[in-house]
Design a protein around this ligand. Sequence first.
Ligand code: 26Q
Length: 821
Amino acid sequence: AQTINTSEASYSKADIKQAIVRHLHSTLGTDENKADNHAWWKATSAAMQELVLERLRTTQKTHYMNDTRAVHYFSAEFLMGRLLSNNMHNFNLFETADAALKELGVELADVLEEEPDMALGNGGLGRLAACFIDSLATMELPAIGYGIHYEHGLFRQEIKNGAQIERPDSWRDYGNPWEICRPESIQEVPLFGYVETKYGENGRVQKEWHPGNIVKGVPWDIPIVGYGAKTVNVLRLWQSESSDYFNWDVFNSGGYVDAQRENIQAETISKVLYPNDETEAGKELRLIQQYFFCACSLKDIIRRYKRAHGDDWSRFSEQVVIQLNDTHPAIAIPELMRILVDRAELDWDTAWGICSKTFAYTNHTLLPEALERWPVRMIEKILPRHIEIIYEINHRFLTLVEKKWPGDNVMKAKLSIIEESTEKMVRMGNLSVIGSFAVNGVAEIHSKLVKENLFPEFEELWPGKLTNVTNGITPRRWLKACNPLLSELIGKKIGDDWPSDLPRLDKLSEFADNKTFQNQFMKVKQKNKEALAAEIKHQTGISVDTKAIFDIQIKRLHEYKRQHLNLLHIMALYRRLLENPDYDMHPRVFIFGAKAAPGYTLAKDIIFAINKVADKINNDPRVNHKIKVVFLPNYRVSLAEKMIPAADVSQQISTAGKEASGTGNMKLALNGAVTIGTLDGANIEIAEEVGDDNIFIFGMTVDEVTKLSTKGYNPYDIYYQNKELKAVLDWLDSDYFTPGQPGALSSLKNSMLSGGDPYMCLADFESYSEANKALDSAYRDKPRWAKMAILNTAKMGKFTSDRSIADYVERIWKLTPCEVN
Ligand code: 26Q
């Protein structure tokens, strides 16, 4: 029997069987005959968790004994997905568990399907956090993730008559076998109230915040198992609860009913994840969420630091680095200042010295509508002491600006943390840059634009502070676990070390022209396509031809990502086929997965349009089944794991300059999909790795987009020039796709004409159409396509999140690994 490579925690097949059955009996109170798949899942998870917790204890002891410097990854989102299969792979117990369950008459694959996704994130930013904590544990780096224990993760999407319906996500309804509640580490968080100014003996001004409410933060720990299961770190998620003792005062003074009302409020804080990917909503509860988890996490960090160093703050920033995942946790900066100045009674300069050596900030967007700004009035009400501290930080910063650019008030207005609009606003991006020792973008082009367009003056003020760390993905989840057939084939060819050393995949390059290997590689792809075809049939009832090109666009629905450009092209192909039934194209299945923010009307209209066009095309015998269009509902991590291995083509078609990085592009290429994409985000670096022959690049560059906007872009020029495009857009105004409802798709047309086509779909259409033709003929040349697909897998070494983490460690965090034995 197979055993794992850690000494203390080791299971044979017989051990696993025994442990699973033991949990069926004594944890779940059932037995082998009564158990359904859900019970088997719970028992199997509980059996794995025994090993996980063993390694967790060892890791924590080791970190404590070595008093290690650690990174604290602050993120409002962790999009973890399912954990059982990954934990098994990390312990090298997947095959053993599979065999053990078989002997019990149970299919592991069915058991894995029982696990609900942990969908505590919107998309790229949340999934990046999940990949990063996977790499941190794998690389044996001391690290902890801090976030929010949302009761409801990202909404579940249903499609009714083509339109998106949101339903609540209840990932914990039947319990979560991985999380551990830690009541001994509960924290209290003050909110609202007022600030009292006191004068000490030495004339020192003392500020005391009298909160109007105190809420409790209850920590839940999710163990994060590294590959090989040596280090097990934790993800600590805070759940809000009302703080009974505080409300006793109100209770005793006769405010019983009001006290009850406060209690309801407290529990609301961690109730639900905001689904507004890439838009700044400005809601009070969102700010409270952000402060809540930052305050809990900082107290937790300080408690741990004090245990080792007492009241000596001088070593704090040597031991603690806090990475801010976008500006969502930026309120942690004034919160740490408050603790140091008001509580520890350090002088401002000492406190600021510590604070500004502790934080580092990652920017994930240039879109103006996504840059967080909070009304001063709102912060004043919820966090009355923090607004004072923010003003003080700003005052001292503007003194520095005055020294650098004397008399330049335009510069001051631009760099100020406070935006002096009618409604004064706090700019969280500026606060984050000022309060951090390092700032990074997430792909080369994005970081360049952060330096040149978003924060050029900060670059002048603090040369070297702004830098780049290109994103990455964990190959454990995004190849080994999700694509077992390809993983096995790769293993046979180049050995089994690639999951923790992804650049080794380059060894596959020498077989890219090898007929046998090409056949094996494409046979795996074919099998994966058959599995996805079955899933499509099951989910939607649509039959697809698995010999067709599987063309996949999976990501949040947003205009800048241009799902509607993809749709325009599909409609153009459809027209070509109607006009000429012999139109020469390889059959193609266009597959979409996307959630729209519930309040983003046009995004929802695009989902509706995709579904309506799909209905029409899929049921039109005249197109001879050359095109099928599939919208798979409820796109999420576990669905991505089924779609990605089956992709021939990866659609990465954002307007140049708008997609900070993208990470789905990396996952698809790693699994042998060929990209059709713009020179945007990480696509540029993917193109550099695979070479121009193995990717289909189209459209305007960032510079060309800028030039066209400056010159003045008029979509009508293109509309009247391109007959096909005009016909396709006009089609949207008819009732062809929505019988009896003319105009049901008009909002889409309007956005691209009278709306000014803000993301320049029409400008890139022709180039996109040509790239698609090139792709189509490449696919028909079987050896050529096989070579391209192989090279896409082979050349993805750079995009392992292990490399991203190594970059952070070397350039920002300065951590050393801590071996756990
Ligand atoms: C902000 C305010 C209020 C409510 C919600 C939000 C909010 C939530 C999520 C704003 C933005 C997000 C998520 C952003 C995101 O996922 N950005 C993506 O980050 C990826 C990882 O770096 C990049 O690859 C993508 O290019 C970028 O779009």
